[in-house]
Design a protein around this ligand. Sequence first.
Ligand code: GLU
Length: 474
Amino acid sequence: MAVRTRFAPSPTGYLHVGGIRTALFAYLVAKQANGAFILRLEDTDKAREVAGSAEHLTASLKSLGIQYDEGPDIGGDYGPYKQSDRLDIYQTWAKKLIDEGRAYADSYTAEEMQAFREQAQKEKRAFRYRDHRPENPPEWDGSTPLRFKCEPKSYTYHDEIFGDVTTSPEVVDDFILMKSDGYPTYNFAHIVDDAEMSITHVIRGQEFISSMPNYLALYEALHLETPVFAHMPHIMNEQGNKKLGKRDGAKDVLEYVRDGYLPEALVSFIATLGWNDGTEQEVFTMKELLEKFSLDRVQKSGARFDEKRLLWMNGHFIRELSLDELANRIEFFWPPSAKKHSDSYKKEVLALAQDRLKTLKDLPALTSYFFEEPTTGMSLIHENKQLKKLSDDEIRSLLQTAHGALLESEWTAEAIQRTLNQLLETTGQKPGTLFSLIRIATTWAPFSPQLNDTLALLGKVKTLARLTDVIESL
Ligand code: GLU
């Protein structure tokens, strides 16, 4: 049977890291088996729907290269792919259950239900809908909820992550299939859709485990074979003590992309939230994930979201790019002053900066002094750890010596390095002091590529002029 997996988000907001990870794993499972990965929009809760989130979801998946084969915007043989366009299908399946005596109209008022609940509470027993099935329910006409009539049994199922699970009859209950607004519940619709769409693997968040007994009862009532189940453990905050929430600073993936994170890095980072291949390897390309991913190596315990690891991974993937590829990707991040410079000059600048970039957004801070005269601020020297012990006279004298030596120097990176080394000897200073001083006096940046390379590209005229400016200002 061809593997078919799906990602079934509700358009209720932005796509968080946990959602993306579920989508990625479902995508990998399908693609490893030459199967199909399907996007289905679960938009049956109209009250919670957020305008624009469907477009946001598809853009997020596409930005990471998690390309679905069938979906609301591209169609496919098993559509429609939006639950609100499938209401007649749920009606048909609901009728089947009614005809088999497995569903009933729930015509209790809210007050009556509340009274049942209070009674159960008073008697210190769990409230269950199935204890209050109406004796003669009216025929269901859509004006009331339609409720499933369960058979309280024990179920055993296998979860690819959590192993074999046996559930107690106590936890099976009658639940709503169709709401009185004409929409199905998630509990009903996803089972119908998975069956209609020939889904073989249900890969979703751990929060659905507690409802599994109800789902298994419904699969049985609908005479459906169950798919493979894999429930993804939670993603925890950095401290590992609670579920990752919006307040923990995790951004929406498109925001990460806008902030200069590479899709490759995001994919690798997200895949390794709770998964590894059993070796020490920490970074994976999509190609490697397609070879190596397997559900049985997803850890049961929650994975920690450590943004510093993402930043480190991003730097790694930036260094891995060819210069041409990096130049393409970074196009929109150049400082405005770079516009009037030639592509070849920009490329030389980029070659120097590549090793130091942690995100593409770091580019201006690392390079703007190549394109414009930097804003000077003596506090950068006076407050520098290595330099604050020097008096202004010492600074002036060091810069004058450096100016003199550089004036005489040939202007290649190698020659400049020789000159700088000689300067260490003539001044008796440590590299940390002398080179920091020259670096700040010529770039005024908090960090920059290697000094000799920086000066070589900056050019002799600019280097000497910037040194002179500082000397004169002291
Ligand atoms: N619509 C559900 C959600 O967004 C999907 C769960 C599933 O994948 O079945 O959480």
